[in-house]
Design a protein around this ligand. Structure first.
Ligand code: SF4
Length: 336
């Protein structure tokens, strides 16, 4: 563990944590809503620091990131904890509990990456923004000398502007979860505030960090068609029609037992979104994973499970019509 950043000291050894908008006020002995930060005798500690509960190599498409180093593997790591409490969470045993793990310093994680020849790392599975201090330290270990590996966050985006601004220059790509596009629904089911997420999505995009969005369509929660239509329009108007959006099919998990998202709804949403946005994908379903050139319709990337056939021409262009397709490929070529 480590002393946490972003807090205000109050009277009687109480501390207000300022990392995320919950702004928990903690008396000695109390933990925050995220369960990762605690007041220990008047000091705010990041108790998840270096505490690894999951570590594996994954296809980058699993994050999901479809326009970032397609077909590559990425070291994926997590600690425990999350500042939102979605009742359908698939990773609830590590996001909502203080799961057991092992300590790995940022330097040791860096050495492990070198040993495995991993050129990119995703902080994922739970909420990486609650691992703020660890990710910052990892990004600056001396082993990297001038070039840190690409860092990816798979996140709910619920963080205050100052820490986000400090972290973003170290981050290469983000997949941001939009849990609902209705403020009441967002608050009721997750405990967070939607406007914060939308502001942060804009900040990430404007900072030039590669951004993809995921909208898990959860039966009985965020599957209202009007609300989904508003989300699609928001992406087009506030971000860009080039931002890739993944609509994923929900399956029952943890406390949420409603039936899986209907395939008919998935298909309707994908059709509607594809009429406005240029890169729309279906998740947890068959079909809807290929990337088509928005100019001529040529399938520039074909995906079958996690097998990826990249047909992009050099410079990230459609081999059929030559249109530029926004892809980042830090391992071979840069299409942005
Ligand atoms: S990071 Fe955790 S402790 Fe800090 S305000 Fe958010 S939920 Fe509370």
């Amino acid at each position: 563990m480590k002393r946490a950043a972003y807090f205000t000291e109050l009277s009687d050894k109480r501390i207000r944590c300022e990392l995320c908008p919950h702004r928990c006020t903690l008396s000695p002995g109390q933990e925050g809503i995220c369960r990762t930060r605690a007041n220990r005798d008047g000091a705010l500690l990041a108790e998840n620091y270096g505490h690894i509960v999951a570590l594996s190599m994954d296809p980058v498409e699993k994050k999901p990131l479809f326009h970032f180093n397609p077909g590559s593997q990425i070291l994926s790591v997590a600690s425990f904890g999350c500042n939102l409490h979605c009742p359908w969470c698939q990773n609830w045993s590590i996001s909502q509990e203080r799961a057991r793990g092992q300590y790995l310093s940022p330097e040791n994680l860096a050495h492990l990456m070198k040993e495995r020849g991993a050129g990119q790392i995703a902080f994922t599975y739970t909420e990486p923004l609650m691992w703020f201090e660890y990710i910052l330290d990892f990004s600056s270990v001396p082993l990297w000398e001038s070039k840190c590996p690409d860092i990816v966050l798979v996140t709910n985006g619920y963080v205050n502007p100052e820490p986000l601004e400090e972290l973003l220059p170290r981050i290469k790509a983000v997949n941001l979860d939009i849990k609902a596009f209705d403020e009441d629904v967002y608050r009721r089911f997750t405990g967070g505030e939607l406007p914060v997420i939308l502001d942060n999505a804009r900040s990430i995009y404007q900072a030039g960090v590669h951004l993809e969005l995921t909208y898990l369509i959860v039966t009985g929660v965020n599957d209202n068609r009007e609300s989904i239509s508003s989300f699609i329009r928001w992406v087009a108007e506030e971000l860009s029609i080039e931002v890739p959006v993944h609509f994923s099919r929900y399956y029952p998990s943890w406390k949420w037992k409603e039936p899986p998202t209907s395939l008919r709804l998935m298909e309707e949403v994908l059709r509607e979104a594809s009429g406005i946005l240029e890169y729309v994908y279906g998740g947890n379903m068959s079909g809807g994973q290929d990337t088509h050139c928005p100019g001529c319709g040529f399938p520039v990337i074909v995906r079958e499970g996690y097998a990826v056939e990249n047909r992009l021409a050099d410079g990230g262009r459609c081999p059929s019509c030559g249109r530029h397709i926004p892809f980042i490929d830090t391992q071979r070529r840069d299409g942005t």
